[in-house]
Design a protein around this ligand. Structure first.
Ligand SMILES: Nc1nc2c(ncn2[C@@H]2O[C@H](COP(=O)(O)OP(=O)(O)O)[C@@H](O)[C@H]2O)c(=O)[nH]1
Ligand SMILES: [Mg+2]
Length: 426
């Protein structure tokens, strides 16, 4: 049933290629390549070259004509690429032909996106959706969708298969697995609907940063938490590497999560796995919808984001729209800013930090309103309670005197009971 064809290929140097039919498509192709570039770098793979090529008609063998193919093959050698990524969707035959000619791994945008989702999927349903998309992708190719083994094993290491060599798959077996996985998904989503409210799981107030790839989600997370996000950290992170704690100026601690980004021209077959992967981020108390104002398509992107959030049942979550990249200036940005600035929209530059204090104020206001601040007098012998309040970011004010600690704080469920007997009524 399985046949091992070759040894695992470890890749870390990618060459990107996009084909267009007319000159006027070149600009858009370039901006799509920017996005692909970002997705690939997030997987820990270096970009060593990229090209947009105009073709007159699609060649069934290679997509490009033979002359161009030779040119590209030379270039791949020159930059020592070990994987080529097509931004266009390529047929299974084209993929095989390119691999035979180049002797390196050749994949398309589709496989990169699948891999990004695979990395982000944490709930059972999300994992199953990604598995299904992988199997469906594999069916006409009769081999497993590519995946990187990246960070857990040392970063930038990539290969096809799941820790195995490239494998030829049996079509009948794939079909069976697809139908089993579909049934599992139906099962799991039923359980979820009858399950407890997904909101109750997080111990700290939480914020999900939602938006398109390239909107600046990672930059904002880093600006807010002062971290440098870090391939190095990711290597060792045992917890979700995309979540960080942030201590607000008044001492409250919140958790910020960088969600899987929306992707332009998301292949239709990947819509379900995208939604399932995003959904898990929506346990958040607050959603920051991050918008790249410098993108000419930002309005359409906002519409899409809102639509998907609504479909995922996130309409109840509190939401603040954060318009990013105001440092790019422009009259349009200024006009919009004058018009839209308000309670639920903030204008920032995640890169320069402009407007970020205002955003932090907003976070402070929102979370301060969420829980009552209570007063306690805690005996000196129970310093442990004070420490716990502080660790959880629920301590607003502390004074020590002979009677004990006088505390202002807003404890959550766990601590509120332990503190009950020390409550001061005033
Ligand atoms: N000019 C400008 N560029 C930004 C800003 N925020 C992010 N970027 C850039 O936009 C690109 C994408 O940012 P990133 O945080 O990786 O986006 P993500 O895909 O949403 O995580 C990077 O090149 C950032 O340097 C900003 O406020 N101003
Ligand atoms: Mg990012």
């Amino acid at each position: 049933m399985f046949e091992v064809k070759e040894k695992p290929r470890l890749v870390e140097r990618a060459f990107l290629l996009a084909c267009v039919h007319t000159e006027k498509d070149r600009e858009e192709a370039n901006s799509l390549l920017d996005e692909l570039d970002e997705l690939i770098r997030n997987l820990g793979i270096q970009i060593v070259g990229r090209k947009v090529i105009r073709i007159r008609k699609t060649s069934p063998r290679y997509m490009l004509g033979k002359g161009k193919v030779d040119e590209i093959l030379d270039e791949l050698k020159e930059v020592n690429a070990d994987v080529m990524v097509f931004d266009n969707e390529i047929s299974p035959a084209q993929q095989r032909n390119w691999e035979n000619e180049s002797k390196i791994l050749v994949i398309d945008r589709h496989e990169i996106i699948l891999d990004v989702f695979a990395e982000r999927a944490q709930t059972k349903e999300a994992k199953l959706q990604v598995k299904l998309a992988r199997l469906e992708y594999s069916l006409p190719r009769l081999r497993r969708a590519w995946t990187h083994l990246g960070r857990q094993r040392g970063g930038g290491v990539t290969q096809r298969g799941e820790g195995e060599a490239q494998i030829e798959l049996d079509q009948r077996m794939l079909r069976d697995q697809i139908s089993v996985t579909r049934k599992e998904i139906v099962q799991v989503s039923k359980q979820r609907q009858t399950g407890r409210s997904r909101r109750q799981r997080l111990p700290l107030p939480s914020v999900a940063i939602v938006g398109y790839t390239n909107a600046g989600k990672t930059t904002l997370l880093n600006t807010l938490t002062g971290a440098n996000a870090l391939s190095a950290d990711k290597l060792f992170a045992t917890l979700d590497p995309t979540s960080r704690r942030l201590r607000l100026p008044t001492g409250r601690i919140i958790v910020l999560t960088d969600t899987v980004g929306f992707i332009r021209k998301l292949p239709h077959r990947l819509v379900d796995s995208f939604k399932a992967t995003l959904e898990e981020a929506l346990v958040a108390d607050l959603i920051l919808h991050l918008v790249d104002l410098s993108n000419p398509e930002y309005e359409a992107q906002m519409d899409t984001t809102q639509k998907v959030l609504a479909e995922l049942g996130a309409s109840d979550n509190e939401l603040v729209t954060v318009y990013n990249k105001v440092d790019r200036g422009g009259d349009e940005i200024e006009r919009l800013r004058a018009k839209k600035v308000g309670k639920d929209s903030v204008f920032i530059s995640a890169q320069t930090g402009e407007g970020v204090p205002r955003l932090i104020d907003r976070l402070e206001e929102i979370f301060a309103g969420k829980r009552e601040i209570l007063k306690y007098l805690i005996p000196l012998s129970r310093y442990d309670l004070v420490a716990r309040l502080r660790d959880q970011g629920e301590l607003t004010k502390e004074e020590t005197n002979d009677d004990g600690y006088t505390i202002l704080g807003s404890p959550r469920d766990g601590l509120i009971h332990a503190l009950e007997e020390f409550k001061v009524f005033n």
